[in-house]
Ligand binder design. Structure first.
Ligand SMILES: [Zn+2]
Length: 108
């Protein structure tokens, strides 16, 4: 009986070793494959970015004209401003505050 148990044990251990060796080979092949793909991909992306960035930075642009708030004097982009009665304001609250006191510094 002991010999049969030893044979079974040896058989199991042998198969386990074969599996372990196959796993190591599979991992090694996967590493080489992914490494080659990753290197080529990063190279392509870097080239595209390098070509696009200098053209965008070459022309400094002011996308929106700035207006000066009549109430507080803060400069704000025109899209964020509120124009009431031909006078620009940085926000609707400043426009309301300016209209609330009609006889201010503008009542000359
Ligand atoms: Zn303001």
């Amino acid at each position: 009986m002991r010999q049969i148990f030893l044979l079974i044990l040896l058989f199991i251990v042998g198969q386990w070793l074969v599996k372990a060796l196959r796993r190591q080979d599979a991992r090694a092949s996967q590493r080489t494959g992914t490494g080659a793909n990753g290197a080529s991909g990063t190279k392509g992306q870097a080239g595209a970015n390098g070509g696009a960035q200098p053209a965008a930075q070459a022309q400094p642009q002011l996308p929106e004209p700035m207006i000066r708030c009549v109430e507080c004097g803060v400069h704000a982009p025109r899209s964020d401003s509120v124009v009431v009665a031909g006078q620009p304001f940085c926000s609707a609250s400043h426009a309301q505050r300016h209209g609330a006191r009609p006889s201010g510094r503008d009542a000359r």
